[in-house]
Unconditional design. Sequence first.
Length: 115
Amino acid sequence: MPQTPSTAYVIGIIVFFVLLLVSILIANRIAYESGVTPRDPAKRKLWFWVLAILTPVLTFALAYFCVAIDIKSASKLTKFMNALYISSALSFVLYVLSGFCLSKLFPRTKLGSWF
């Protein structure tokens, strides 16, 4: 795998998309509950935020253990690690913003309960 800073951003974008898709699938798999106080919206919201927390963690772990471990040059490692920190934060922000947009675009669906 190439050891350039752009690799960290690519890994962050891939993790963001995969976890957003997983979050959508989980939200659609949780059945509607009837009654006065249904708990299904809370379950969907909980899974959304659990995966939101996992997004930067997985981004950092994948990039660090797959790419950064093999970098021998200290200057290249510093550049890659800086890009990795930014990529991890960016993947979290993109995940939350995309989730917010999806929940506002589809308010009457199961995704509408994320926010």
